[in-house]
Design a protein around this ligand. Structure first.
Ligand code: FAD
Length: 104
């Protein structure tokens, strides 16, 4: 679990285990059917999983070219801050926003 402390991870994993939740990292959801889902792991191995519910936690990625595009297509000054630079914590976004505002 990225961005989660080691102790928190242990607690979360224990709770998930008690609820019969299984975690498949590095896998791609291929299809969902009445009784579960088919996932393909990083080696291309397909697995049919029986499940009542499926939770997708796929994360976020910045589209860094959008700020550059906005700068090129308008006469405005553009400052990229926060998650559009890199997905991180809220304090990073606040800090970079503060610095950008001070440089206006
Ligand atoms: C589920 C989840 C849990 C998180 N938990 C924590 C946590 O516990 N602690 C922590 O520090 N951080 C946490 N984060 C990260 C934190 O939320 C982000 O780092 C922070 O919100 C980044 O701020 P931002 O202003 O860069 O982006 P955002 O908060 O994503 O703000 C971007 C804004 O731009 C708007 N927008 C997008 N596209 C357009 C467009 N084309 N036109 C106009 N508006 C647009 C969006 O609607 C949004 O309001 C979490 C993130 C997620 C997703």
């Amino acid at each position: 679990m990225n961005g989660v402390g080691v102790l928190d991870t242990i607690v979360y994993e224990e709770r998930l285990l008690k609820q019969n939740v299984t975690i498949h990292t590095g896998s791609r959801l291929e299809s969902v059917h009445d009784k579960g889902a088919v996932v393909v792991d990083r080696y291309g191995m397909r697995e049919d999983i029986l499940a009542d519910s499926i939770v997708l936690a796929v994360g976020f990625a910045p589209q860094r070219d959008l700020a550059g595009q906005l700068q090129r297509e308008t006469s405005n000054e553009v400052y990229a801050v926060g998650d559009c630079v890199n997905t991180r914590k809220i304090l990073d976004a606040i800090h970079e926003g503060h610095l950008a505002a001070r440089n206006l």
